[in-house]
Design a protein. Sequence first.
Length: 419
Amino acid sequence: MPFFNFKIVKKDSNSLARAGIFITPHGAIETPAFLPVATNAALKGLNINKHKSLPIRVFIANTYHLWQRPGDGVIKKIGGLHKFMNWDGPIFTDSGGFQAFSLGCGREQGVGKIGSVFTDENVNCVEKNNVKRENLVKINEKGIKFRSFIDGSWQELTPEKSIKIQENLGADVIFAFDECTSPTHDYKYTKDSLDRTHGWAERCLKAKARNDQALFGIVQGGVWKDLRMKSARFISRLPFDGFGIGGSLGKSKKDMYNILDWVVPLLPENKQRHLLGIGGVEDIFEGISRGVDTFDCASPTKEARHGTLWTKGGKINIRKAIYKNDKKPIEKKCGCFTCLNGFSRAYLRHLLNAGEILGYELAILHNLYFVLNLMKEIRESIINNNFDKLKSSFLKNFKICFAATRSQQCRRVGSWRDD
């Protein structure tokens, strides 16, 4: 029996949405699926083994950060990420290519994967991270040099080294090394970067030595249709086990959806498709309707730690004074540990404002349950031929943006994978 197998269980009749099952050495992943981000081999503020009822089946860890600390060699000696974390389910690791952006142009220019302002939205939404800082990256044909955030030294990551690190980490699914471009990059730079990423993809395939890990290629090309389609055709011709869609996704949600419309039809029907670093509720529905199978994003856990809780009626900022005497749970009829065990909005507000660790745990449990249960509902709707109905009714009630504590601006979901 092969280590990996992706099978489509049911296709939606009105869109490209599909329900599938992806077999890995550490268990099956039912798709569509959401991967929580465990940057440093942990979900911040949460012991996943303590909460077995939370429907986490798979998550993604960060190659660059684990290479820096504690080191892939340390993790290999202990037996790989599964033993290191005491986790027996599937694990993905990214390649480190996203840090080419997040530690490079993202820091220097204060932008996210999607540009700072949604020019086509009715509200003025801005990125959470818009502070300009030092660029810590140098890129050439060989690879990427990073200035370490630990000791300031320059260290180089190449396609071959990225694969070796990911093999040492031992994840079930690993990604080819790529350059994640910025929304501020022009056509020429993006084209040159794309050619570089395609060369790196071929080098990654040659470097891969383990047959018990699936290697996914990544489609790049920025916001330009010809580059995206060129990349999709090139990467899909290579013998990858699945495909990621990454890089700059434009300056609006419309740009991102256009990119998916161009790319997904060019990818093989019988292989899994992963949208890197995106996980907003609207984006999940729109991505699935365009044929995306899996997503990863730090937003549910990161926003929970800052007091933003996800509900079917939209997001609420639990730190606000209006919840000071609120006896209700975060959301009625919610099946998460926090809501089922009678923790009130007032108590959660107090814990988070006081900086109590329990507050982070209870908030994260709710947000993760929300998004993981949403994926379950979406999968069931595809199987039962009512995906369109669920999408319409859910998005009608869900408010994409929330009023920030000290501003009328809104934060976008899904810009950053670094947790």
